[in-house]
Design a protein around this ligand. Structure first.
Ligand code: MG
Length: 376
């Protein structure tokens, strides 16, 4: 392996860069499909996450989540990434495999050409945001490792400003909800899923056990704006701090009315996938929930957070059920947000990485280069 100093020089980051091209970076690893024989090598392999509890939202229930684990290897460094694909988002092992097979990183001489590389990946096909995120995250990890710095430091963010993370309580019977809430005792805020007609029962089951602040995620489950407003007032009395995606994302006018009258901030999740969706939701919400799998990765997430601040909106960072890879990547951005919901790795029983830690509910960023993860 070249020395880091020599490497940075060759990448043109130091005076007198030589623009030397790069040769083969290594063989395709076991169980990984890969593309490319020179320069950067992208590998990927499907994996199935096992959830600790059946996870029920307003629209679906499931016990597993398909993910695609990616690696980009270059000059002896390896960056890790991940695509998490809950079925309702429309991606799968098949679609991600198909997309990633088309990604040819050998055409780029340096991983530092991040804008060129990620623009190229974005243009390969529309959609496929989780698959795109898996390349974006691996590339960020790779570049951070070459620079020997974590991304929060490259971005100039203060690691002491990380928020507490919420812990998610899915829709369930009162006795199961109470059990989950007891399990979540170390967390300073609980995210309670609503929208299946038993909202008051859900909140009362939580309140029977704890006074911890709650945020609620309706996952588009409410249908009537007047009833939604009434429920929002009741939720405020119950110590709820914000409401996420109360109604169908298409009901922009009703949601704008609710936001205008609501005593609580109304946050867009399903209504806002990526940067281009901002114009659809302008004026209709108080804030946004940014997720790497929705927007295509760390680059887009950073831009969306800056856009939201420019529009005087609240910012939240969320995740899917994911390994510590994607969750720790998202956590790199967490000093920029008002609220974080980064518990996806805690909801699974077969994580393959270590990274983010939670101490008394607060996110602790690893002091390690790249996205800060290690293989378990
Ligand atoms: Mg949500």
């Amino acid at each position: 392996m070249r020395t880091r100093r020599k490497f940075l020089k060759e990448c043109g980051l130091m005076a007198g860069g030589t623009g030397i091209s790069y040769l083969a970076a290594g063989a395709i690893g076991e169980n990984f499909a890969g593309k490319g024989s020179a320069g950067m090598v992208l590998r990927f392999r499907p994996y199935e996450l096992q959830l600790k509890h059946v996870f029920t939202l307003a629209t679906s229930s499931r016990t597993t989540t398909p993910v695609m684990l990616t690696e980009i290897e270059f000059d002896g460094f390896t960056g890790y990434g991940e695509a998490s694909m809950p079925p309702y988002l429309g991606e799968s092992h098949a679609t991600a495999g198909d997309f990633l097979s088309k990604v040819d990183l050998t055409r780029f001489g340096s991983p530092f050409l991040m804008e060129d590389i990620l623009d190229y990946v974005d243009k390969i096909a529309p959609g496929n945001y989780a698959a795109k995120a898996s390349v974006d995250i691996a590339l960020h990890d790779l570049v951070g490792k070459i620079m020997n710095q974590p991304w929060y430091r490259i971005w100039g963010l203060n690691p002491d400003r990380t928020p507490v993370t919420s812990f998610t309580i899915g829709i369930d019977k009162p006795e199961v909800v109470r059990e989950k809430v007891l399990e979540a005792a170390p967390y300073k805020i609980l995210k309670v899923k609503l929208g299946q007609g038993n909202d008051k029962e859900m909140i009362q089951s939580v309140r029977n056990v704890t006074n911890t602040p709650i945020c609620v995620d309706v996952n588009q489950g409410w249908t009537d704006r007047a009833k939604a407003l009434e429920t929002t007032h009741w939720l405020k009395e119950q110590g709820v701090v914000f409401v996420e995606q109360p109604m169908q994302k298409a009901l922009v006018d009703d949601i704008a009315w609710l936001t205008q009258h609501s005593p609580l901030p109304i946050i867009a999740d399903e209504a806002l996938q990526t940067i281009s969706d901002f114009k659809k939701i302008q004026g209709a919400y108080s804030g946004i929930n940014v997720k790497l799998m929705k927007c295509g990765g760390m680059r887009a997430a950073f831009i969306m957070m800056k856009m939201a601040r420019a529009m005087d909106m609240k910012v939240m960072i969320g995740c899917m059920t994911e390994t510590s890879c994607a969750v720790t990547a998202a956590a790199q951005l967490s000093p920029l947000v008002d609220w974080a919901d980064l518990d996806g790795n805690l909801l699974i029983s077969n994580d393959v990485y270590g990274g983010i830690k939670i101490n008394n509910g607060k996110i602790i960023l690893p002091d390690a280069p790249g996205i800060g993860i290690r293989k378990l």
